[in-house]
Design a protein around this ligand. Structure first.
Ligand SMILES: [Zn+2]
Length: 339
């Protein structure tokens, strides 16, 4: 009797554990496992390297058809301590890939989504920061002294910046860098609140910005943690979407039980984030998604609460965005043909 090897391999599944705290090496291992399991749909490459030489992987999910697709970008972990964000992107990626080849996956519309979109996922945008926030010095031991000399606000577990003390979501070249001055402002490198000396100073930002320029994603979802809120529009760019951003984000906020932040008014506060760069420079839709409810603490929710606070509530969020975007896009297509 022939062994049903094909069937076995098709039904094998990687599990992204809900309760574990994912380290950088666990994320790398999961990505490698996905390459072997889902080679028909997944292309993985290294987008570039962090300040301390850690790889920043990019995962592209695409089908084999030669039809032109619209690029979509999902990013996690720009902020070091926000562990839920990298795990969310990783788990979504794994479940989506499984659903492409298996009828019992959580995303029955996965194959249909790929008829229209190519998905690009960056689960680990700030590997040095993640390592520091987890006090995981393996591979970056030689930088520990340097890291120790950076102004630290709170324990290592509160570290938000990259390895050289720049807040990556304050370092993009959106045109507001000079005026940017958040409420957690630090003049010099720090564990949070330092925007850098000039835009794109951080390797991680330069790499991400170059990539955005090369694919020009129609929609970018940048995942952070805490708030159950969408930061979806700013005064500088809101009008250019002619209501598309309002309709799209209102629908997703309602479906997922998220609040919608007010349209950000002051570039001094909102500027220089990835979502701001997307809206201002590529004129496409960029949303900062704050996963999990606020708890009035700097400390993150414990790892074991990922399932109840994030996954159960948001697992369909990227799909909902894409389905709603497909519904709205024909009426707004002209916006994106102007340039
Ligand atoms: Zn954040």
């Amino acid at each position: 009797m022939a062994l049903p090897l094909m069937a076995l391999s098709q039904n094998r599944k990687l599990t992204i554990q809900d309760s574990a705290r994912y380290s950088v090496s666990m994320i790398y291992e999961s990505v490698v496992d996905m390459i072997y399991l889902y080679e028909d749909f997944l292309e993985v490459s290294v987008l570039g390297y962090s300040e301390f030489g850690q790889a920043i992987p990019i995962l592209k999910i695409t089908d084999t058809s030669s039809k032109a697709k619209m690029p979509i970008l999902l990013v996690g972990n720009l902020h070091a301590r926000e562990f839920f964000s990298s795990k969310f992107v990783l788990k979504f990626c794994n479940e989506f890939l499984f659903s492409l080849a298996n009828s019992n996956g959580v995303y029955p519309s996965a194959n249909k989504i790929l008829e229209t979109y190519d998905l690009y996922l960056i689960p680990l945008a700030n590997p040095d920061g993640l390592k520091i926030a987890q006090e995981d010095w393996s591979g970056i031991e030689i930088y520990k002294k340097e890291v120790d000399s950076i102004k630290r606000i709170g324990p290592y577990s509160d570290w938000k910046a990259n390895g050289i003390g720049i807040d990556l979501n304050n370092n993009f070249d959106d045109g507001n860098f000079e005026v940017k001055h958040g409420h957690l402002f630090e003049e010099t490198p720090a564990s949070q609140g330092h925007k850098g000396d000039y835009p794109c100073q951080a390797n991680e930002v330069r790499i991400l910005q170059d990539f955005v320029d090369s694919i020009v994603p129609l929609l970018t979802l940048s995942f952070h943690t805490k708030g159950d809120v969408l930061f979806w529009a700013d005064k500088g760019t809101h009008a250019q979407f002619e209501g598309l951003d309002t309709k799209l984000n209102t629908r997703i906020a309602n479906k997922c039980g998220f609040k919608m932040a007010k349209v950000s008014r002051n570039p001094r506060e909102y500027g220089a984030g990835l979502e701001n760069y997307i809206r201002a420079k590529t004129r496409r839709i960029g949303v900062c998604v704050e996963l999990s409810p606020p708890n009035d603490l700097v400390a993150q929710h414990p790892s074991h609460m990922f399932k109840t606070l994030v996954w159960d509530k948001c697992r369909d969020m990227p799909i909902l965005y894409l389905e709603e975007l497909s519904r709205l896009y024909p009426s707004y297509r002209y916006l994106f043909l102007k340039d």
